[in-house]
Design a protein around this ligand. Structure first.
Ligand code: SF4
Ligand code: SF4
Length: 417
């Protein structure tokens, strides 16, 4: 299912404005020093500067499926008039999964939802809140015109025009954008949009994708990264050295598109209240503190080991070698003391004493080097440059654009995942 359509910048914003009558349209917006995803009205979208809509968001779009704080259930109890010791309690689930278009994701962000899908939607227990929003959301992703200095999607088997997780992938080409429909949901969204066929722009799109892939720094040798990171589990000295500057602020996890932990709290009175779910962070000292007073991860080194190992060892061990880091680089950019997960992974791998036979075990996933961008079914000119500090100038509108080692016994509280 791969049709290619062409839209000028005006046609694209006009389409989004029309969609806003039936969908909540989330798109990037500058707020102070940050770019954040916000619902935008038809009027705002109709008059939007396309460049503003194409800026990479400071925080990931995971809040579209996992709000920073949400009410899971409200409760109200009424005392029996005859026997006040008896209560009649009513529960209500206020979850509303309104039809949503998530516009302007980057490929790493869209891939992030694939990472979240596994723990939230697979297995015996499925999360109905996440699932309802996921089902109701159409993801329209922008192929990156060029990489930021902090990007490393090529370390984790992805690339700047990766379609994984997207319903539509659009690429900037001369004079506008080529939209590649990836899923049925994407197809339904473009029905009646009136976009022109773009079958003749395949070469332009391929050129744009190749240029973006070439703008990434080459990935290091990461063969057996899963086993090698896992082998560092007992190397306390390594993690202490890597973590000495960490402030335990949690910024790296809150901004990450794949960090998925939450905590649950109740508020209200005995008779009336609600249960809330809020983002939590494994980088904070209280995260694993048990009611007994014991804390299985009391030090910064313990917590960083858990975070990095979850991304590059525990998660891929559990889910067929798929890394739970998508290489977006937000943790790299936003860490107040400039800790860099790339450095930690590279150091863990390069200093590993593990050796492997040429015939690696089947369960041991090898990281693929930057895959050459798959020939998409679309075409070319790039929209206005996204004026982000580290990103190479994007083409202007109307212009062409170019199984593993021992696993940590990390006991998790029932309320957290
Ligand atoms: S953002 Fe940096 S300082 Fe804050 S918890 Fe993460 S690694 Fe530590
Ligand atoms: S760990 Fe860092 S680079 Fe990896 S997905 Fe999370 S924020 Fe992005």
């Amino acid at each position: 299912m791969s049709s290619l359509l062409f839209a000028t910048p005006k046609e694209l914003t006009g389409w989004l404005a029309k969609l806003a009558s039936g969908y909540r349209v989330l798109a990037p917006r500058q707020e102070g020093p940050s770019v954040v995803y916000r619902p935008q009205t038809a009027e705002q979208l109709a008059s939007a500067d396309i460049d503003a809509l194409l800026r990479r968001a400071t925080a990931s779009p995971k809040q579209a499926m996992l709000p920073q704080c949400e009410t899971l259930v409200t409760f109200k109890s009424v005392k029996d008039a005859e026997d006040p010791s008896k209560l009649t309690t009513t529960l209500e689930n206020p979850c509303q999964a309104e039809p949503t278009v998530l516009f302007g994701c980057r490929p790493c962000d869209a891939r992030g939802f694939v990472v979240l899908d596994r723990p939230y939607l697979e297995g015996k227990f499925k999360d109905p809140y996440y699932g309802a929003r996921r089902e109701a959301t159409v993801i329209v992703t922008q192929a990156c015109p060029s990489a930021f200095a902090s990007c490393f999607c090529n370390w984790v088997g992805s690339h700047p025009s990766d379609k994984e997780g997207s319903d539509i992938l659009f690429t900037a080409v001369e004079g506008g954008f080529v939209l590649e429909v990836v899923t049925d949901k994407g197809q339904a969204l473009v029905e009646g949009a009136g976009f022109a066929d773009a079958a003749d722009k395949v070469a332009d799109v391929e050129a744009a994708h190749a240029a973006a892939a070439a703008s990434l720094a080459p990935a290091p040798e990461l063969t057996h990264v899963m086993e090698k990171v896992a082998s560092r589990f007992t190397d306390t000295e390594f993690w202490e050295k890597e973590t000495v500057k960490c402030l335990s602020c949690g910024a790296c996890t809150y901004l990450c598109p794949t960090c998925q932990c939450f905590t649950i709290t109740d508020e209200g009175s005995q008779l009336d209240g609600r249960r809330l779910r809020s983002w939590d962070s494994c980088m904070t000292p209280l995260f694993t503190l048990e009611t007994s007073g014991h804390n299985p991860r009391p030090s910064k080194a313990d917590r960083m080991r858990n975070r990095v190992s979850h991304k590059f060892s525990f998660y891929p061990e559990r889910y067929d070698g798929f890394f739970s880091c998508v290489g977006c680089g937000r943790c790299v950019v936003s860490c107040p003391v400039s800790l860099d997960i790339r450095h930690m992974v590279k150091a863990a791998v390069e200093g590993s004493s593990l050796t492997f036979d040429d015939a690696a075990p089947a369960e041991s996933p090898a990281v693929e080097a930057v895959p050459a961008p798959e020939a998409p079914a679309v075409a070319e000119p790039a929209p206005e440059a996204v004026a982000e500090p580290e990103q190479a100038a994007a083409p202007k509108a109307q212009k062409p654009a170019p199984k593993a080692a021992p696993r940590a016994s990390s006991k998790s509280k029932a309320k957290k995942r």
